[in-house]
Design a protein around this ligand. Structure first.
Ligand SMILES: Cc1ncc(C[n+]2csc(CCOP(=O)(O)OP(=O)(O)O)c2C)c(N)n1
Ligand SMILES: [Mg+2]
Length: 660
């Protein structure tokens, strides 16, 4: 039986959520009302968390994967004592508030206690898998005095319908991530109506058991005793993730709207809010009312402070006993590499031609020990993307190594990498695949940018130059599509040395996410005693080769830098070549620098083996590929599509009005 006091706390979540949504006349009351008991048990009785310090490293993490139920989270954060005031609750969904429509972990609005941005269903589910991976890795590396916590989430029908959740659940089962304990809000309702429309044939329990999860059923979402004992059972299972399926009635206890999709995504209406308050034994005339007993009983300030103090003590003695690891941990927790990263990077390549993906492999091997908590991997393409830490172990259910075999699960990989970054302690986690498949994980990439997470996306096989695999594998619009994401830094280095510098820039200089775009095919390694210094990479674009009286600038990225240099050699007019690995970094430079690289009055031709979209900003003539690729040897495809020095020369002559 739920005690009277507990019931009051639970009903306070419901009342606050209803009122905030009613005032905004916008939001999703159904989930907060039905899941109020589960959230109360989690935040009051199960989770170790401290409202006064929402970022302490060993706190339990909570993710509201069903982000539409955001008022549930805001109510609970307010009631347990986080710095989220009643005014913020009253400003739900309003401009500049800390209570946006869906929970946002954002560099601009920092809502204390919000771990990840959720809204696109399924992402939070998969973020939690990354968080559990991070926790396990850090626990093994630094010991359980430093990291020893759980990852909790509330997930909905929509979350479980999304493909990303299947990928992530399968991965979590494979990796035996026992610190995951998720509550599934099984309410037979989704947005369009009853789940009989689209989601009632599947046996979710059997499905998750088949993934290797530990599945528990709670028959009544109001049975706090059953919920608490299921959560404790989940905590005890160390070798498998746990899914607790909780049967609930959406919108409970609203007398007329509970159990119907009408409670899903719109304010209940003033009359129904009154009736619901009456049904709960609350005064219908009071809004945003929280009885003092609720604040007293729900507060986690004392228990949270005690939990954190207990950890502080353990952590302090760990520090005394592990002096050699302290600096490493502290830098990792700040997201920084060990000192000396830049000096560790290769400058000699032993070859005069090297694919940038192969250069990338050498670079990763070189900085491996400088970034001891970088964890990442590929979606079953590590042989091709060549992203691996050669001296490190594999991440398995038995041992959390640094090399993750994500399997062919791009979308879950993306969200898990975000989860690792959001967890903290994992420095620049990365995920890699062919550039073509960036589309399969775009939802996660977008969220990495929206949230400003320090994640690294490594994409190889970056143009039709990859050759015979043909148009299904040849990216054409992908670089442009990534550039379209605000806040994502796209880096397409032009040779091996630029690849090394790109990695340095990402690890040392950038705070947010970056996409590193690498070639499959060999590219000349540029002689830096002849060409511009590679330090220009950090400025996004720089002059690689110049002429005193240059009449034209050729801008190129990645593999086309070599094409541009060859065109310059063939031209009978003096030309400048600019390597432009990153538009975003170039845009951050001051006008003087920009003008020094790309003078406004200098005719400019761009060359990039992808769509022309956006190049109008920099170029007067554009050499591009505005069609899908073709299955043939890479050099031939590039030639057929005009990505050749000769075609660049033709464009220059056309632009200058001179004859070839
Ligand atoms: C990827 C994605 N697709 C669609 C939506 C729009 N949407 C929000 S909630 C929802 C489904 C609601 O059903 P459920 O997840 O069961 O939540 P409940 O109504 O039970 O609270 C949909 C389709 C979304 N948020 N994310
Ligand atoms: Mg539902």
């Amino acid at each position: 039986m739920t005690s009277e006091n507990d019931q009051l706390c639970i009903d306070a979540i419901r009342a606050l959520s209803m009122d905030a949504i009613q005032k905004a006349n916008s939001g999703h009351p159904g989930l907060p009302m039905a899941m109020a008991p589960a959230a109360f048990v989690l935040y009051r009785n199960i989770m170790r968390h401290d409202p006064a310090d929402p970022t302490w490293p060993d706190r339990d993490r909570f993710l509201l994967s069903a982000g539409h139920g955001s008022m549930l989270l805001y109510s609970v954060l307010h009631l347990t004592g986080y710095d989220l005031s009643m005014d913020e609750i009253k400003n739900f969904r309003q401009w500049g508030s800390l209570t946006p429509g869906h929970p946002e972990r954002d560099r601009v609005h920092v809502t204390p206690g919000v771990e990840v941005t959720t809204g696109p269903l399924g992402q939070g589910f998969a973020n939690g898998v990354g968080m559990a991976m991070a926790e396990k890795f850090l626990r093994e590396r630094y010991g359980d005095d430093v990291q020893n916590h759980h990852i909790y989430a509330i997930v909905s029908d929509g979350d479980l319908m999304e493909g990303i959740a299947s990928e992530a659940a399968s991965l979590a089962g494979q990796l035996g991530l026992g610190r995951i304990v998720y509550i599934y809000d099984d309410n037979d309702i989704s947005l369009d109506g009853p789940t009989s429309l689209s989601f009632d044939k599947e046996d979710v329990d059997k499905r998750f058991e088949a993934y290797g999860w530990h599945v528990l059923d709670v028959r009544d979402a109001n049975d706090t005793v059953a919920i608490e004992s299921a959560l404790r059972a989940g905590q005890r299972i160390e070798d498998r993730p746990t899914l607790i399926r909780v049967k609930s009635i959406i919108g409970y206890p609203a007398p007329n709207k509970q159990g119907s999709s009408k409670a899903h995504g719109a304010a209940l209406g003033e009359d129904e809010v009154r009736l619901t308050k009456e049904a709960m034994g609350w005064d219908p005339d009071k809004q945003f009312y929280v009885p003092d007993e609720v604040y007293a009983a729900f507060s986690m300030k004392d228990d949270g402070a005690a939990a954190r103090a207990e950890w502080n003590e353990r952590f302090a003695s760990w520090k005394d006993a592990n002096a050699e690891l302290v600096e490493e941990w502290e830098l990792a927790w700040q997201g920084k590499p060990l000192p000396g990263l830049a000096d560790s990077l290769p400058t000699e390549w032993d070859k005069d031609k090297l694919a940038t993906r192969s250069a990338g492999a050498k670079v990763m091997a070189a900085f491996e020990t400088s970034v001891p908590t970088m964890v990442g991997g590929a979606a079953d393409l590590s042989e091709s993307t060549k992203t691996e830490f050669p001296e490190s172990e594999r991440y398995t259910d038995e041992r959390a190594g640094r090399n993750v075999f994500f399997g062919v699960r791009e979308h879950a990989m993306g969200a898990a990498v975000n989860g690792m970054a959001a967890h903290g302690g994992i420095v620049r986690p990365y995920g890699s695949t062919f550039l073509q498949f960036a589309d399969y994980m775009r939802g996660a990439i977008r969220l990495s940018a929206l949230t400003g997470l320090p994640t690294t996306w490594v994409f190889t096989h970056d143009s039709v130059g990859l050759g015979e695999d043909g148009p299904t594998h040849q990216p054409v619009e992908h670089v442009a599509a990534l550039r379209a994401i605000p806040g994502l830094v796209v880096l397409r280095p032009g040779d091996a040395t630029e690849t090394a510098e790109s990695w340095r820039v990402m690890i040392e200089d950038l705070e947010g996410p970056a996409a590193l775009i690498l070639s499959r095919q060999d590219l000349p390694v540029l002689d830096r005693s002849v060409y511009g210094a590679v330090a220009g990479v950090g400025k996004g674009a720089y002059v690689l080769a110049d002429a005193d009286d240059a009449q034209v600038t050729i801008i190129a990225t990645g593999s086309e830098v070599a094409t541009a240099l060859a065109a310059r050699d063939q031209l009978d007019v003096p030309a400048r070549v600019v390597s432009m690995p990153s538009w975003e970094l170039f845009e951050q430079q001051d006008d003087e620098y920009k003008e020094s690289v790309l003078p406004v009055d200098m005719p400019t031709v761009s060359v990039e083996a992808g769509v022309r979209m956006g190049w109008e900003r920099y170029a007067d003539a554009i050499v591009s590929i505005d069609r899908f690729g073709a299955s043939a040897p890479g050099t031939m495809v590039l030639e057929k599509f005009g990505i050749t020095p000769e075609n660049v020369v033709t464009h220059v002559h056309e632009l200058l009005g001179t004859k070839v």
